[in-house]
Write a protein that binds this ligand. Structure first.
Ligand code: HEC
Ligand code: HEC
Ligand code: HEC
Ligand code: HEC
Length: 187
């Protein structure tokens, strides 16, 4: 075969045919990426690095573990955003954890988590504060308006008072609710 033929403009295939091939490759690539992103969003994926940490057991033991309502909330429901662009950006941040995983001495041990819990919790809280606890609000849609009859009086009052404030003075869910899935360190 003549190598130079590779670089010559195609005479054999029409532009249309090339376009179709391009689109097919693009679509396949798109779905392959979606699959990968989906696979990287399961609890198993998170726990592959955090496997010796008590995080999953803590979730199961919490109100988010499915005791009363039978809903087990997944890691990504709370920790990863829902919008596709934000999701990708957060994924890239999570992929930085790969570096930490390889370089932090004793990372995947319970001792490490116990010792660094406060610092890690505050990093996690920073994300919730950055978007007004959007992940929480994604499920808890009736906290501020249209509150359910069954909600405790005290909770209704606290939520209503908070909602009355100017948007920039309002607290966000995790300001008042810490440790809803893990043990938030005291002090
Ligand atoms: C490649 C290994 C790895 C995977 C996979 C992984 N993590 Fe982590 N994670 C780490 C490491 C390492 C740290 C500590 C990072 C640091 O302090 O530098 C960490 C810290 C965290 C923190 C606290 C710090 C912060 O920035 O919020 C949260 C929350 C967290 N991971 C949640 C998750 C969730 C949810 C998943 C699944 C979507 C996940 N992790 C998957 C390695 C991993
Ligand atoms: C995937 C949906 C989902 C997400 C995300 C979620 N929750 Fe929940 N939450 C629930 C369910 C379901 C219950 C259990 C309701 C019940 O037991 O009746 C619950 C219960 C609670 C309770 C009551 C706890 C108790 O002890 O009775 C609080 C407070 C709460 N969630 C706050 C939060 C906060 C804060 C966040 C974000 C960090 C959050 N939730 C994220 C679904 C969710
Ligand atoms: C100003 C503080 C404050 C803010 C902000 C706040 N809460 Fe609450 N919330 C409370 C208090 C206090 C209670 C009642 C005590 C309890 O059950 O923990 C409560 C109770 C709840 C309950 C349980 C209700 C029941 O009847 O058992 C849920 C669920 C809840 N909050 C979710 C949220 C979510 C989601 C957000 C963010 C959209 C939020 N809260 C924002 C203070 C707050
Ligand atoms: C209901 C929401 C929710 C679920 C489900 C959840 N987390 Fe968290 N996570 C939080 C919040 C809120 C914090 C911030 C600290 C706090 O309030 O306890 C946090 C903190 C963390 C931290 C920092 C260390 C710590 O304990 O504070 C890690 C690591 C973490 N989560 C990983 C996970 C993994 C892995 C899963 C799945 C097995 C998971 N989380 C499930 C809400 C959740």
């Amino acid at each position: 075969m003549n190598w130079r033929a590779l670089f010559k403009p195609s005479a054999k295939y029409s532009i249309l045919a090339l376009l179709v091939v391009g689109i097919v490759v693009g679509v396949v690539g798109y779905f392959a990426t979606q699959q990968t992103l989906h696979a990287t969003s399961t609890d198993e994926f998170c726990m592959s690095c955090h496997s010796n940490h008590s995080l999953k057991d803590e979730v199961l033991a919490s109100a988010h573990g499915g005791g009363r309502a039978g809903v087990t909330v997944q890691c990504q429901d709370c920790h990863l955003p829902h919008g596709p662009v934000d999701y990708l950006i957060k994924k890239i941040i999570v992929s930085k954890d790969l570096y930490g995983f390889l370089t932090i001495d004793g990372f995947n041990t319970q001792e490490w988590l116990d010792e660094n819990r406060k610092e890690q919790a505050d990093l996690a809280l920073k994300y919730f504060r950055s978007n007004d606890s959007a992940n929480c609000q994604h499920c808890h849609t009736r906290i501020y308006e249209d509150q359910p009859e069954t909600m405790k009086k005290m909770a209704k009052r606290m939520h209503a008072n908070n909602f009355k404030k100017d948007a920039d003075k309002r607290k966000t869910c995790v300001d008042c609710h810490k440790g809803v899935a893990h043990v938030y360190p005291k002090g």
